[in-house]
Write a protein that binds this ligand. Sequence first.
Ligand SMILES: [Zn+2]
Length: 420
Amino acid sequence: MISADLLALVRCPACRGTLAGEPSALVCASCGARYDGSPRDFLDLRPREAFQEQTKYLDEALHADARYERVSPPFLGSKIRNDMLRAFLAPSPGDLVVDLGCGSGRALLWNRDWSARTVGVDIAPFFAAEARAGVDLLLGDLRRLPFADGTFTRGYSLDVLEHLSPEALRGMLAEAARVMAPGGTLFVYTHVRKNARIAVGLRWINALARRLERAGLIDMRQERLRKSDHLNPLADIPELRRVADEAGFRIARIRYYTPIVGGFVENILLRLAEKRLADRAKGAEGAKGAKGAGAKSADGAPAHGAPSAQAPSAPAPSAHGAPLAPAPSAHGAPLAPAPLAPSAPLAPAPLAPSAPLAPLALSDEDALRMARAEGKRRVAESAGTRVVLRALTLAMKLDLLLFGRIESGPFFALLERRSE
Ligand SMILES: [Zn+2]
């Protein structure tokens, strides 16, 4: 949404002058730059100058599963990250909080009970419908934030930093420090490349996952695609310290996260469940296809939207905001839901009269998408599913209890803006 508060807060991303006019046609009072064409439910304040570096995050293929469309409550890895965010950041009513790289806007939605005001910024318009309707959102480049110096007292950035090049990371942190008031805090969840030795457990789990995939029991392709844009700019924790310091932050708190239980739950158990649902969807579609039915998911809803809740471990789908150049295309376009499974191939195959129920060419991607939609539906409707997920989430907290103090790759850190 675009609230009056948001309009009062934003500045020209080029010169930080004040903006005047209607939300759909803002003009900078200082440099005259025009920001036309914001849709009704978020502002488009991406800088008009283009950065050379583009993030693959803007690539629509990464969003083909449209998992951003519908937000489930947080479970598993998402729940752990969100609990840590809440514990570390703990905003009070007077705080103004910015989500840097908000993705679908799910963390903004999960924390709507905060009495502090919040604003979400992302470079790509893959916002969930619920977020567009209920929280302040804007399209912007994290390296050219459309806010005055010292605007925010709190901020957070989840699964974003790993998408940046070293140069973009420095630009992003410097900009985050600029818009943060002295003493303000920024919570980040990301990882450095150097893992602790205990992370060897995670490698075993991933090796098991690959073996299961070869056996056709799980499907990791969407996972690999999603991680394909990771640039992992930070080598180790000392480098994090240096880079944060250069930007004007000090590390006030840090906890490490080596997801051994988490890796087993999310990379093995969930993938197995997902594959089973996908196979079932394929079977059902095959049967339906034989009867000439259309391509809809089990509950009749369009088959997109994925379980952010039971979504993958590592860098979750909320990862975004890679602060990169303005999307080349019109922002309207990416908002359209991914096309559904084509209905044509569902007609019975003419050459298979003996097997009228043979599943017909529901693609693996479509089947997986339907499995995720079904997963989301179960999270929403089945108390039993939620009990299981809560128990698994609790088990995953062991990783924090046991390994939280062992310096390793993924970490939660609270960066405090130095007052100079
Ligand atoms: Zn300006």
